[in-house]
Design a binder for this molecule. Structure first.
Ligand SMILES: [Zn+2]
Length: 366
């Protein structure tokens, strides 16, 4: 992720922290200072936040290690002020695997809470508990706070709504009985129904819940659409959607050539060649950036995307759907017997889905 600092590598997984994390620390210090806390109290608060994020990191690592047992690699884990994100190379789709990989995260929090719980003398009444927590984090209530945070993290993540872990767990359980796209749809609907509840409660009690509600509604929508699209592609191959006509430009041409083609043709992504061999791709955004930063005489060779993605013409679309989806603004090269026979991009795929959708509706009407 842009603006992230690499902290290190664990088991081949890059660990990053986003720069905005420093804002969170600064914010905590400021709030504590405003409350009138002394340096010692502020230090405890900061230490606590750092520990919470180590916990979030361990939660993500839980997902990663579980995924590793199914041979799914994790590219990296990034810590953001709102939580952690681990990027798996692919998502487990077998219900049992998805269930285990997803459960592994909240399980880490439950185990941490359990271990911490062994060392705590819990206050006997809720008044005593409130009293204990009211003074902010300090040496005497540090573990109690840590225990509570882990319970909250586990409960929050287990809410059965995408994009929370609980949504995936629900989908995995439903997948034992239903087809994946049906299971996704049911899980998404349940999540959205819960999200409405969050939003309602948010207006009454805590605005933060509104934020979570909106997040869930959008997450569920995306998840549902993704599963539907993937299902509609079942049985089709790259051959069925490839574009035989595509525009190529020589890498030695200036950006101006690309701009002229952009304005004159339907193409929005170009294949860049050198001695008639593909060497890169160039999309509209890259053209605009190059134009505004370097001018129209800037060479395409320096502006293009040099990572080429090759697809075999016989590959099943559902197997490369994730790859195509992840490379939204890139052009993929379709090969047959080591020869370039066409290209493919997300827009292609979307058009294909759109036409298929209209066709199946018509069939249904007939
Ligand atoms: Zn998780």
């Amino acid at each position: 992720m842009k603006g992230s600092l690499k902290l290190g590598t664990i088991g081949g997984i890059g660990i990053f922290v986003h720069w905005t994390f420093t804002l969170l620390i600064a914010f905590i210090i400021y709030i504590n200072y405003r409350t009138g806390y002394n340096a010692m109290q502020i230090a405890w608060s900061v230490l606590f936040i750092v520990c919470v994020f180590v916990t979030v990191f361990l939660h993500e690592l839980g997902h990663s290690f579980a995924a590793k047992s199914f041979n799914i690699k994790t590219k990296d884990i990034t810590l953001l002020p709102i939580g952690g994100v681990s990027r798996l190379e692919s998502l487990p789709e077998k219900p049992k695997e998805e269930l285990i990989v997803t459960l592994a995260g909240p399980l880490v929090n439950i185990v941490l809470a359990f271990i911490t719980g062994l060392f705590i003398d819990f206050p006997s009444t809720s008044e005593a508990l409130a009293q204990e927590l009211s003074a902010g984090v300090n040496a005497s209530n540090f573990f109690l706070n840590f225990f509570i945070v882990n319970i909250l993290l586990a409960v929050f993540n287990l809410i059965p709504a995408f994009p929370m872990d609980g949504g995936r767990i629900l989908r995995a359980i439903l997948s034992f009985k239903f087809e994946r796209h049906v299971a996704t749809k049911i899980a998404a609907r349940i999540g959205q129904f819960l999200a409405m509840g969050f939003i309602l409660l948010g207006f009454l009690y805590n605005p933060f819940l509104i934020f979570i509600g909106v997040f869930v509604i959008m997450g569920a929508q995306m998840e549902s659409k993704y599963a539907d699209s993937k299902y509609s592609l079942k049985g089709y191959r790259v051959r069925d959607v490839l574009m035989k006509q595509f525009t190529t430009i020589d890498a030695a041409e200036p950006i101006k050539t690309a701009i002229d083609l952009l304005l004159d043709s339907q193409s929005k992504i170009f294949l860049i060649t050198e001695n008639n061999e593909p060497v890169g791709t160039l999309n509209r955004d890259q053209i605009i950036v190059a134009l505004s930063e370097e001018g129209e005489n800037f060479l395409i060779h320096s502006a293009m995307n040099k990572s080429l993605i090759y697809l075999d013409v016989e590959t099943l679309l559902e197997d490369v759907f994730e790859l195509i989806y992840k490379n939204k603004s890139n052009l993929m090269l379709v090969m047959e017997n080591n020869e370039l026979v066409g290209t493919l991009d997300t827009e292609n795929l979307l058009e294909f889905l759109l036409i298929k959708g209209v066709k199946s509706k018509k069939d249904y009407a007939n």
